[in-house]
Write a protein that binds this ligand. Structure first.
Ligand code: ADP
Ligand code: MG
Length: 670
């Protein structure tokens, strides 16, 4: 059996489940094996019927004597069964699973795992996990039983069975790590790791297996960064840029503000990059409002002084327009020609320009660059690998400056973006007010609404209300929830204010219209789903209200509140939650005192529970399956090993083969 086979080619039932499996990230057979349990139910204690004790969780094996459906007065139904071994009989009870009488038949040799209770004075087992045993093999009972991430229509039990069957083929999985790496790091062999991560004999064994797989996950990433970095460094620029410091100073003096310290260092780092013979590959990371655009402007100005054009790529039309205006204000006084290209502008433009600002249209509308020397990409995670490569392909090894407001924790940057140089804008421009943030208890909800109404009526504030985060990508469920909240607020809470609704299923021009209305103050309160555009500048918006805040990560909440406070007015962020657990409340309260996105991202990592990693993928932080970005030791260890192996990669064909397709895909064709 070929583990690389796409699931739908394997069997009819997999073909039927194809979409659902895809949702779990299972595309080919091998992916089943890498679908890792998030916990194990311990059913390893087995007992004879006569030795059972009330309260224990235990596995009993025996002969099924009888099973029947019973209907109660309350239209519920029960499944009553009796199981016997040679020490006695035990009553078993399930609720609302009438299909069980079709699966379990009297005479079957069954294994049941569950809790022992007293029912009407006799010991009984309630709602146990069950299986019919053939040939003495337990999968779902009588052992440490893996529990998997599920999706609607695909249960853990079903997954367990598929994985169990597939593991018989795991001998096909060849070890690809060099023996020395395995030895030095005391790692389990790969095929053992895969077997034991699913069906361990002890939790310790499961841990060792996970450690091995986590090692691989991070090691791969580290190795890939090294490969990418090397390929990048092979690129050569014919003529390094000349730096005219006096003119740069002149530009900086012309600004209506003083650069922050971190802007000054970022500019210094960029100047150094630009004067080298290798193209720059730098990521500029800074919270919303930290002033990334002006830093990019300085880089573009330097390109201009070297007779080179720049391309400035923005993810949406609104952002492109906004940037176009800013960049023009800053740079046209210095003689630069700036042009805007969006989906709605004409194709095949031949106009002369020094800077082309635009959306994807810059890539696809055949805009000719005569001498592209610098590419700036705003919100870089919103662009695919090919898109980034193809805009760069319009020049001859242009310098690349990517920007992001996503607070990427240092460890993530090290593993994922190890090939990029990083400049961090860690301080905010002077005088910028922080967004005052409060966690609002449910009893104060109406008070908060009244306060908002007053702020709108007396101070002409504008408000964002962000609806709960329901699913990773915006679905109809999310849209429906937002619509309902919009109706409720409009009809019941703020009947005499003007409300607008924004969600991802609106057409682009609809979205534009709503946002323009909001910007023009024709809307007081904009109700929106969490996934719609960040980075839009609505200077009048000064209040951000977030529903069910506990569903978001801290960094994500921080980004949301960054949408307000774009003027000198005091801005506020109100967080609502129904949660009463101390952990959640403490976590959310961090936002009242911590105002650095990077710091909050680190908290997210440390406090990360299953519910707290929502939304990270959408912001370009990859989701690790097994390892954790909070595991600093393992990140460091895999980094060291990757650097060691990298220089001798040719000696390990299996390892290079693993890395190769990825590095080819990630690196542009030029
Ligand atoms: P972002 O990093 O979110 O892209 P922008 O570049 O849009 O931030 O900058 C936000 C605002 O702050 C802009 O109006 C910009 O002109 C202004 N700004 C940038 N740097 C400074 C500074 N050092 N002092 C004061 N204002 C600044
Ligand atoms: Mg920006």
């Amino acid at each position: 059996m070929d583990l690389q086979l796409p699931v739908q080619k394997f069997s009819r039932s997999y073909k039927m489940y194809f979409r659902k499996l895809e949702r779990l990230g299972i595309h080919k057979l091998e992916d089943f094996l890498f679908h890792i349990p998030f916990r194990y139910d311990d059913y390893s204690l087995t007992s004879n019927v006569s030795a059972l004790q009330e309260g224990e969780t235990v596995t009993v094996m025996g002969n099924l004597e009888s099973i029947k459906n019973v209907y109660t007065y309350h239209r519920k139904n029960l499944q009553q069964a009796v199981i016997a071994d040679n020490t006695g009989k035990l009553n078993v009870l399930w609720f609302n699973q009438p299909f069980l009488t079709r699966i379990l038949k009297p005479g079957d040799h069954v294994s049941l795992s569950g809790k022992i209770v007293t029912d009407k004075g006799k010991l009984a087992m309630i709602s146990p996990e069950y299986e019919v045993i053939f040939g003495g093999k337990n999968i779902h009972t009588g052992r440490l039983v893996p529990v998997y991430p599920e999706t609607h229509g695909i249960s853990s039990k079903w997954l367990r069975r598929q994985i169990y069957k597939l593991l018989d083929q795991a001998y096909q999985i060849k070890e690809y790590l060099p023996p020395q790496v395995i030895d030095d790091n005391n790692l389990m062999d790969l095929s053992d790791a895969l077997r034991f991560v699913h069906f361990p004999n002890s939790l310790k064994e499961a841990d060792r297996a996970k450690q091995r797989l986590a090692f691989d996950e991070l090691f791969d990433m580290q190795l890939q960064s090294l490969v990418r970095k090397k390929l990048w460094q092979q690129k050569i620029i014919k003529k390094p840029m000349e730096i005219e410091r006096g003119k740069i100073e002149g530009f900086i003096k012309s600004l209506p503000f003083e650069l922050t310290n971190s802007q000054v260092s970022a500019v210094g780092e960029i100047i150094k990059d630009l004067s080298l013979e290798k193209p720059m590959n730098r990521l500029l990371e800074g919270d919303v409002g930290s002033g990334k655009t002006v830093v990019a402007c300085i880089a573009m100005y330097i390109a201009f002084m070297n007779n080179l054009q720049s391309a400035f790529l923005a993810p949406t039309e609104i952002l492109a327009k906004q940037h176009f205006k800013t960049i023009k204000d800053f740079l046209s006084p210095f003689g630069l020609q700036i042009k805007l290209f969006t989906g709605s502008s004409k194709k095949n433009q031949t106009a002369k320009f020094d800077i082309a600002v635009g959306t994807h249209a810059l890539i696809y509308n055949r805009i000719e660059f005569e001498h592209l020397g610098l590419v700036v990409i705003d919100e870089q995670q919103r662009f695919g690998v090919e898109q980034r490569a193809s805009i760069r392909g319009k020049g001859n090894n242009p310098h690349l400056l990517t920007m992001t407001a996503t607070p990427i924790p240092r460890t993530v940057a090290l593993t994922m973006y190890g090939d990029l140089d990083l400049s961090l804008l860690s301080d905010m421009p002077k005088g910028r007010k922080i967004v005052k943030t409060w966690l609002v208890p449910p009893i104060k909800r109406n008070g908060a609404y009244a306060w908002i109404e007053k702020k709108i009526k007396t101070e002409f504030d504008q408000v964002f209300i962000v609806c709960p985060f329901i699913e990773e990508s915006e679905s109809m469920v999310t849209v429906k929830a937002a619509k309902m909240e919009y109706e409720r607020l409009k009809n019941e809470i703020f009947p005499d204010l003007k409300l607008g609704l924004l969600h991802g299923k609106l057409k682009a021009d609809e979205k534009d219209r709503v946002l323009t209305e909001f910007k023009d103050r024709k809307i007081d309160i904009l109700v929106s789903t969490p996934v719609v555009e960040v980075g839009i500048d609505i200077p009048g918006a000064s209040i951000m209200l977030i529903e069910e805040a506990e569903r978001f990560g801290l960094a994500q909440l921080h980004q949301l509140r960054g949408r307000v406070g774009r003027s000198d007015k005091q801005a506020y962020c109100l967080l609502f939650t129904q949660s009463k657990t101390k952990e959640t409340l403490d976590r959310l309260k961090l936002l009242e005192t911590v105002y650095s996105g990077a710091q909050l991202a680190e908290f997210d990592l440390k406090l990360r529970g299953p519910g707290q990693i929502h939304g990270t993928a959408q912001h370009g932080i990859p989701r690790l399956k097994i390892a954790s970005f909070a595991d600093f030791d393992l990140i460091e260890k895999t980094g060291i090993e990757a650097r060691k192996i990298f220089h001798q990669l040719k000696q390990y064909p299996m390892l290079s083969a693993r890395i190769k397709p990825l590095s080819e895909q990630l690196v542009s064709p030029d």
